[in-house]
Design a protein around this ligand. Structure first.
Ligand code: BMA
Length: 727
């Protein structure tokens, strides 16, 4: 019995002509003129590039790829003895596929996120498995016919807020990564390929198709296990749980039918999985073994999660979310590796983030992502793959709802055992009220497939959870963030130019073109103006533009984060839009594609510190000598221990406030106020909290910038309408 990845095998791919997806016979391998080397997991365009057929970057001018269909094939040895069985599992196919073993079609599949497992036992010839996958190019993706009412919405939406609020007949008909249809930080690249792992599983006569583990949060360590097995007879199962000083072993007998069985067992005094800022993210491994037949390991953690009084409670402790929005790390998800995930997630933790929102326009990421979040103690808000439906809606047809149930059910099963996944969310920016059938189907898919219980948020935003785009899209001044009253602020941000080396690398390739990396120049100009050192130096040097745009982004993020944190416990969390980006661009990301940090990333280390010293004062004003500079000083404590020390505020190096304070566990304390007559225009304010030899928190406020004037009323009305549309 063994399980091994097929990534290391010698794969080939080839082009063929379009066939209808519902054609009964689709084996046209003989028509492929040329078979070329391929990489799996990967993507058709990346393979075309690797073979010199598409230039770099392979997404430019490559629409013809979508008009063709594609074959992938591999032949590999399988060492099977009589009575043994062979299965092939695909962890992610993008998007319509037919799977062949030998000459036989074993499965026809639609959907990017569900696993597909085929039984190859009867198709092994002379110890060899001949596997092939036919993939329909993206020109064959389903497309909706819009009703008259939807066409009307479309027309209204175009006027209301360019194309963003429209109805998308292609994108909304699929549960494919929505970003691939084109987004405001990513080009339209309709990926096709085998984007996630392919595994060969050799078993005896019993195959453990899947295993789920859930810990009932009853404090007694009761663990429920669900197994899907294919077995002709009663079989003995040995379960060994490691993670404590000594392993725990349990033995069960699994009946042949039904294929799904549930068992409970008890782990005495289990150690808890904690978010990194609350303790150790302790993990257990359950190894299931049916002697002589199959074995499987599932990692799990013991923790409870609830959403109460506007706060996440993990293991009953309030967990204020200092979060970031995660988008796909590449426009070709096929090439994202575990090392990429490790680097990015380690950097998320390093800047103080304790919550990752996996945005609904992106992916159910690969398994390594969730394994790492488990290990790093990073809670995850996982959205389902729906995004930005605005005035439109998801299809309500029985076929679409069946696809939704299949894909959401699969995502729930795949991620259920991960302690890091603490909340499900239906997706990004659509109205649950106008998509009731979708929400019902999601809730049902969760109930049918989850062993663990977690909160389910139908969509984000929702009442009490805001995406504040008054700033940026609505061109409102940065200090508008201080009027935010929601308890969750799950999106807000500003674009900033990346490091000059990133711009140069993106431009070096003449085919990249500005069209994929341009950002929104109108709004960039609007916000960076108040940060440029000299209004009259025109045109400003590139370095000054980069710096000013990054300062504007940093100032906005700092304002919003500190405002939300000070308002705790009326607030429960704040998620910066956006952490990463899928290609070099001028975007909202705080880490660019090459992972070069923008100024805001460095700032997050202070603003996301579990203990924060914060000053609330009138921002974005150029101060003059003789004016009174006043503000209030706060200490926010997200930890479970009281912290004490001196709070000190300085203006250009001179003390203007000192007070000793103790901030209780999980608190936000207004320490005091100051009013200081200025002798000269100040440049920078700094704040510290702690003792001289142990500073808990430090903070900086540049004072040389001017906020923008009030937003034009047309934009205010547009934003107001857009928010109403999402209800
Ligand atoms: C939010 C996101 C994305 C978008 C971002 C910036 O609404 O959900 O859809 O990329 O705004 O415009």
């Amino acid at each position: 019995m063994t399980r091994f990845s097929l990534a290391a095998q010698t794969w080939q791919f080839g082009q063929t002509r379009r066939l209808p997806f519902d054609a009964p016979a689709v084996d046209d391998r003989a028509a492929v003129a040329r078979w070329l080397p391929a990489t799996v997991p990967g993507n058709v365009r990346l393979d075309l590039h690797a073979n010199g057929i598409l230039p770099d970057p392979p997404h430019i001018g490559s629409e013809w790829v979508d008009a063709a269909d594609w074959w992938y094939r591999v032949t590999f040895p399988v060492d099977v003895e009589p009575g043994q069985r062979v299965f092939i599992r695909f962890s992610g196919l993008d998007y319509r596929a037919a799977i062949f073993v030998g000459d036989d079609e074993c499965a026809r599949h639609e959907g990017m996120f569900s696993w597909v497992t085929v039984d190859a036992t009867d198709h092994i010839r002379a110890g060899m498995c001949r596997l092939a996958v036919r993939l329909w190019g993206s020109g064959a993706l389903p497309r909706r016919n819009l009703s008259r009412r939807q066409k009307l919405w479309q027309a209204i939406a175009q006027r209301l807020q360019n194309s963003w609020t429209g109805v998308y007949p292609d994108r909304s008909a699929t549960l494919k990564m929505q970003m691939s249809f084109g987004w405001d930080f990513a080009p339209r690249v309709l990926t096709t390929g085998i984007w996630d792992d392919v595994t060969c599983i050799i078993t005896g006569d019993t195959f453990i198709e899947s295993a789920g583990i859930a810990v009932t949060p009853d404090g007694r360590g009761t663990i429920r296990m669900r197994l899907n097995t294919h077995s002709p007879t009663d079989v003995p199962l040995a379960l060994t749980v490691t993670g404590d000083d000594a392993p725990h072993t349990f033995r069960f007998t699994i009946p042949p039918a039904p294929p799904e069985t549930t068992r409970t067992f008890r782990l005495p005094a289990p150690k808890l999985w904690q978010p990194w800022d609350a303790g150790t993210p302790h993990l257990y491994t359950a190894r299931l073994e049916i002697p002589g037949s199959d074995a499987l390991s599932v990692r799990f953690g013991v923790r409870s999660v609830a959403l109460e009084n506007r706060q996440f409670r993990i293991n009953h402790a309030p967990t204020f979310a200092r979060g970031v929005n995660w988008v796909p790390a590449d426009i070709f998800p096929g090439r994202i590796t575990p090392a990429d995930y490790r680097d990015l997630l380690t950097r998320a933790k390093a800047c103080g983030a304790n919550f990752i929102r996996v945005w609904g326009g992106g992916l159910r990421e690969k398994a390594a992502f969730y394994d790492l979040c488990d290990e790093l103690g990073l809670p995850v808000w996982q959205e389902f793959p729906l995004a930005c439906l605005f005035l439109g809606g998801a299809p309500q047809s029985a076929d679409f709802l069946a696809l939704l149930r299949q894909e959401i059910g699969a995502i729930v099963r795949q991620l259920d055992a991960h302690p890091s996944v603490v909340v499900w969310c239906g997706g990004n920016e659509f109205s649950p009220r106008r998509n009731r059938a979708v929400i019902r189907t999601m809730a049902r898919a969760i109930a049918e497939n989850a062993l663990s219980s977690r909160p389910f948020l139908p969509a984000s935003p929702a009442p009490g959870d805001a995406h504040n785009w008054l700033v940026w899209h609505g061109k409102a001044p940065l200090n508008t963030f201080k009027r935010e009253r929601a308890h969750f602020l799950s999106e807000f941000g500003l674009q900033a130019l990346p490091h000059a080396d990133t711009l140069a690398a993106a431009l070096e390739n003449p085919r990249t073109g500005w069209e994929t990396i341009h950002g929104d120049t109108d709004k960039l100009r609007h916000y960076l103006r108040g940060f440029l050192p000299d209004e009259h130096a025109r045109p400003p040097a590139l370095g000054a533009l980069i710096e000013a745009s990054q300062q504007a982004q940093a100032a906005g993020l700092q304002l919003a984060i500190e405002h939300m944190r000070r308002r705790k416990p009326r607030t429960g969390g704040v998620w910066v839009w956006q952490f990463n980006e899928p290609l070099p661009a001028i975007s909202w990301a705080v880490l660019d594609y090459f992972r070069r940090p923008k100024l805001a990333y460095e700032g997050l280390r202070n603003w996301f510190n579990p203990v924060l010293v914060s000053v609330d004062f009138p921002v974005g004003k150029l101060w003059r000598a003789g004016e009174v500079f006043s503000g209030a000083v706060w200490v926010v404590n997200d930890t479970a221990q009281a912290v004490g020390g001196a709070c000190r505020v300085r203006l250009d190096g001179r003390d203007i406030f000192t007070e000793t304070v103790t901030a209780p566990a999980h608190s936000s304390v207004r320490v005091g106020t100051f009013a200081h007559r200025l002798a000269h225009p100040p440049v920078e304010m700094t704040a510290t909290f702690g003792a001289d030899n142990a500073i808990h928190s430090e903070n900086r406020y540049p004072l040389h910038w001017r906020d923008t004037p009030p937003a034009p009323w047309q934009l205010i009305i547009r934003r107001w309408l857009a928010d109403r549309i999402l209800r």
